[in-house]
Design a protein around this ligand. Structure first.
Ligand SMILES: Cc1ncc(COP(=O)(O)O)c(C=O)c1O
Length: 435
């Protein structure tokens, strides 16, 4: 493959000149950038003509393949019909998406507020919880990622994603369940007891006993795909309710069938959130954020609030086409089947390579945690090396985690068995390259 050719170099130089430096320093994982020419279905081509099988989907956002024909057709049709009117007028397409969300989300979630990003969806959730409960404190999990507004940087619990130094002191973080890094020798049951006791103690010592909400991702995305223990939410929920709070579940990465079997990740844990947030995969790459809540919370949010582009008909057409496509093809089933193949292969590789400390995830959301062999010491250089080796072989994967040592793998929800086989072959070769 071409490494750095003139076209990419030219774009790179223009980026360095006109975009802020942080965008170029973090995103390439220290390697050369990929300059995208075009993308279709599972593949992406760079301006040098190299083709990549995409197993990261623009950070779990391209849910049903690049430039999916049905989404493109719905977008074009809507653009010709009405581009933008604001929420001052009724647009049926927005209502169709809201109806669908009420239908497919668990429990009594019914009323949606649309915005443009996960950040805004989470901001809205906090506002709704505070207005409804009359309380202000929010409890979040360490290693969470919630976005880039001031409040969402306060929610985010990774120091490297917090810029500006002004944080909301009413947002507090408890221990994040991390099965791999739990104290040595502690059973899952004992760890769960420990987390629940710590939560209880936290409420009693770090709040005035009243909270507006507890907010969590069922599987932390940026946090490195750690899967919350089975009974965690069931055990925490009564504590949250006793403190007057509501449960907010952030499904920005886990929603839309990603975790397999269900539409929403939290359904695996059998609890009903009071508020849920979506973005990323909801519209296959169009900027859509959604906060859905129960009728009584929506009722309490009686004041004025508006997002100019929220519920924009073109973005909504993309969301509706994406949801219809997922539903028509029952992609939660494909996520489970292909996710099982991915996981089985990754487990095999984990047994083969001593630098893979942990394999974890659900459905089409799986990760390797890279460590120094024989220890649990994080090895971020190895995670970077895997990304680069995979890229050289034509496979795109991602990374994350508190130490930047977790490789995140998340093919599109409609990945075919053939593309999965091809991707696994490339993944295996890339692991052998870095062994
Ligand atoms: C779980 C989660 N919540 C919220 C966000 C913020 O979304 P956005 O980048 O669209 O503002 C992200 C982004 O990665 C996320 O992963």
């Amino acid at each position: 493959m071409t490494s750095t050719a003139s076209k990419t170099q030219d774009l790179r130089e223009r980026q360095q000149k006109y975009l802020i430096p942080s965008l170029s320093s973090m995103l390439y994982y220290g390697d050369e950038p990929i300059a995208v020419d075009h993308a279709k279905d599972q593949y992406l081509w760079d301006v040098e003509g190299n083709r990549y099988l995409d197993f990261f989907g623009g950070i779990l956002t391209v849910s049903i393949g690049h430039c999916n024909d049905e989404v493109v057709a719905a977008t074009v049709e809507q653009m010709k019909r009405t581009g933008h009117t604001s929420t001052l007028y009724l647009n049926e397409i927005t209502l169709k998406v809201a109806e669908k969300i009420a239908e497919i989300t668990p429990g009594r979630l019914q009323h949606s507020f649309f915005s443009n990003s996960g950040t805004e969806a989470d901001e809205t959730a906090l506002m709704a919880a505070r207005v409804y409960t009359g309380n202000t404190d929010i409890i979040a999990l360490r290693h969470a990622y919630s976005g880039r507004s001031s409040a969402m940087m306060s929610m985010t619990a990774h120091s490297n994603w917090k810029l500006g130094g002004v944080y909301d002191g009413t947002i507090k973080h408890v221990r994040s369940p991390n099965m791999y890094r739990r104290p040595d020798g502690m059973s899952e049951a004992a760890y769960l007891d420990f987390l629940v006791e710590d939560f209880e103690d936290f409420l009693a010592t770090c709040t005035d006993g009243k909270i507006a909400a507890f907010m969590a991702e069922p599987i932390q995305g940026v946090g490195g795909f750690g899967v919350v223990p089975k009974d965690y939410f069931k055990r925490i929920l009564p504590l949250v309710k006793a403190a007057g709070g509501v449960l907010i579940i952030d499904e920005v990465q886990t929603g839309w069938g990603r975790t397999g079997r269900y539409w929403c990740g939290i359904e695996h844990w059998g609890v009903e959130p009071d508020i849920m947030t979506f973005a990323k995969g909801i519209a296959n790459g169009a900027p859509v954020g959604c906060t859905v809540m129960t009728p009584e919370i929506a009722e309490a949010m009686g004041g004025l609030t508006l997002s100019t582009y929220g519920g924009n008909p073109v973005s909504m057409a993309q969301a509706y086409a994406t949801i219809q496509y997922i539903e028509k093809h029952k992609l939660w089933e494909n996520a489970e089947t292909q996710g099982d193949s991915l996981r089985a292969y990754m487990d095999d590789q984990g047994a083969k390579h001593d630098f893979i400390g942990d394999v974890r995830g659900m459905g089409l959301m799986q990760a390797f945690e890279m460590v120094h062999p024989g220890t649990k010491t994080p090895d971020p250089a190895r995670a970077n090396a895997l990304i680069q080796a995979a890229r050289k072989r034509g496979l795109l994967i991602g990374k994350g985690g508190r130490y930047g040592n977790v490789n995140r793998i998340a093919p599109h929800l409609n990945v075919s068995a053939d593309d999965m086989t091809k991707g696994l072959e490339l993944l295996g070769q890339s692991l052998a390259d870095i062994a």
